[in-house]
Design a protein around this ligand. Structure first.
Ligand code: GLU
Length: 485
């Protein structure tokens, strides 16, 4: 390890809900930085203009703070090497890409989408690997620059050199790849925005990052990044690719199988310290194998040598168990404060009040009416769902519910009117009975037949919880046998 002061970062893209994976990678980076008296930086990678939103960025800040992480530099706290939001650094990337073109390590590519498609089809016919064939590499540099400067539409590609690239990974040792396997990557898109590879490398260098600690899924990008470091003449950081968090069936965790939004865990009353404790046990073990510990204890004991690459399982039951351990060891007054904070502060109650005001007669009725909002699991009355199906088989019901979740996943505006209209159209297209589906959804997400207006409940619960509950109910009904007639 070099003797430069440690600087590490996480670089989430603000698209969608804050993901548990971001907190997991954040925790490891944080621990490594704190242990070494270094700096932990939060950079926002928002170059995907279509999908990035400021609301999602804010939710990432809030969720990471909620679990108890803090950063030394970032878009919201500033720092000497900002801006820390990539959309504010486009000039920097353009300048760097120009340097690469001048040095002969990158070139403008004028191929149109139709031409690229034709290349791909030709390669497929010849049973070759598909990828860019390097047509524009052969345009003389002066001519290419002249055409680019005259405003001709182009992307800028990396001129992947011949030879081999060796990735040194702190956890996995050396991985060698033939450069011929790597396409001439696009570095700058035709709209002038950088791709992930370019922006990530330029920023890691300019921000003085010494260790890139990130998820395993980025390992295939690392050879491309190393080629860029080489072309710029920069010293690469140490790479550490953490194991991916997995479902029980060993697939990569995704919202299709498990809740992955930090907002969801907060809503069901997981304590932030239990969340962090749980994440700290995924793939890392403490020297004495203890399971309950604090962030400070983790920082003291953390070591890359204690990480196992086996693909840690994100076990929701275990998280809930560990949360219970934290609850039992908590001081009573503190526990009371936490429960009140979750359910009874004006802030927590405000969205629920309009839903239940018409339904409560005494204030004491309140908890009974809202209990399902924070429940980690709903006891779904499968028999009622089945009856609502009026002759549908359990397999048909499960299929309909799963299709509904997929449809909801694609909805941008999680607002009551949109949801209702969207689901009515969905039913029309699929030829499902609106009344049947709506009753089933009510049962899946609340466990009850009578509730406040369904889509108002959806909005208060939020997309992650709604999706999780419908999915859980679909799985349960698929595995259930209706009573014999
Ligand atoms: N923007 C990438 C992400 O969303 C960053 C990956 C990296 O750490 O290099 O996770």
């Amino acid at each position: 390890m070099s003797d430069k002061p440690v600087r590490v970062r996480i670089a989430p893209s603000p698209t969608g809900d804050p993901h548990v994976g971001t907190a997991y990678v954040g925790l490891i980076n944080y621990a490594f930085a704190r242990q070494n008296g270094g700096q932990f930086i939060l950079r926002i990678e928002d170059t995907d203009q279509e999908r990035s939103t400021r609301a999602s960025e804010q939710a990432i800040f809030d969720a990471l703070r909620w679990v108890g992480l803090s950063w030394d530099e970032g878009p919201d706290v500033g720092g000497p090497l900002g801006p820390y939001r990539q959309s504010e650094r486009t000039e920097i990337y353009r300048k760097h890409v120009r340097d690469l073109i001048d040095l002969g390590f990158a070139y403008p590519c004028f191929c149109t989408p139709e031409e690229l498609n034709a290349i791909r089809l030709r390669q497929r016919d010849l049973k070759q690997n598909t990828g860019y064939d390097g047509t524009c590499r052969h345009i003389p540099k002066d001519e290419a620059i002249r055409r680019m400067d005259a405003g001709e539409t182009c992307v800028i590609r990396l001129k992947v050199p011949e030879g081999k690239t060796v990735v040194h990974d702190r956890l996995r040792g050396d991985v060698e790849i033939e450069n011929s396997q790597v396409d001439d990557q696009i570095l700058l898109k035709s709209d002038g925005f950088p791709t992930y590879h370019l922006a990530n490398v330029v920023d890691d260098h300019l921000m003085g990052i010494t260790h890139v600690i990130r998820a395993e899924e980025w390992i295939s990008s690392t050879p491309k990044h190393l080629m860029l470091y080489e072309a710029f003449g920069w010293e690469p950081p140490t790479f550490v690719h953490l194991p991916l968090l997995r479902n029980h069936d060993k697939s990569k965790i995704s919202k299709r199988k498990n809740p992955v939004s930090l907002l969801y865990f907060k809503q069901i009353g997981i304590l932030p310290e239990a969340m962090l404790n749980f994440l700290a046990m995924l793939g890392h073990s403490m020297p004495d194998e203890r399971e309950k510990f604090t962030l400070t204890e983790f920082v003291n004991e953390f070591s890359f040598d204690r990480i196992s690459l086996g693909g840690p399982v994100f076990d929701l039951e275990k998280l809930i168990w560990l949360n219970g351990v934290h609850i039992r060891e908590m001081d009573d007054d503190e526990l009371a404060r936490r429960i009140v904070g979750l359910m009874f502060t004006p802030e927590a109650m405000k969205p629920l009040i309009p839903l239940i005001k018409e339904r409560i007669r005494t204030l004491g009725d309140y908890p009974e009416h809202v209990s399902y909002f924070n429940a980690p699991q709903i006891d779904v009355p499968l028999i009622d769902i089945w009856k609502a199906g009026k002759g549908m088989t359990t397999a048909q019901i499960a299929k309909m519910l799963k299709e509904t979740v997929e449809f909801l996943d694609g909805i941008r505006e999680f607002d009551a009117r949109w949801l209702e209209e969207g689901l009515r159209t969905f039913c029309e297209q699929k030829e499902y009975q609106v009344k049947t589906l709506f009753m089933m959804l009510r049962l899946c997400i609340t466990g009850r037949k009578a509730t406040p207006p369904l889509f108002d409940v959806f909005v208060v619960l939020g997309k992650a919880a709604v999706g999780q509950r419908i999915r859980a109910a679909a799985d349960a009904i698929a595995a259930w046998k209706p009573p014999a007639a």
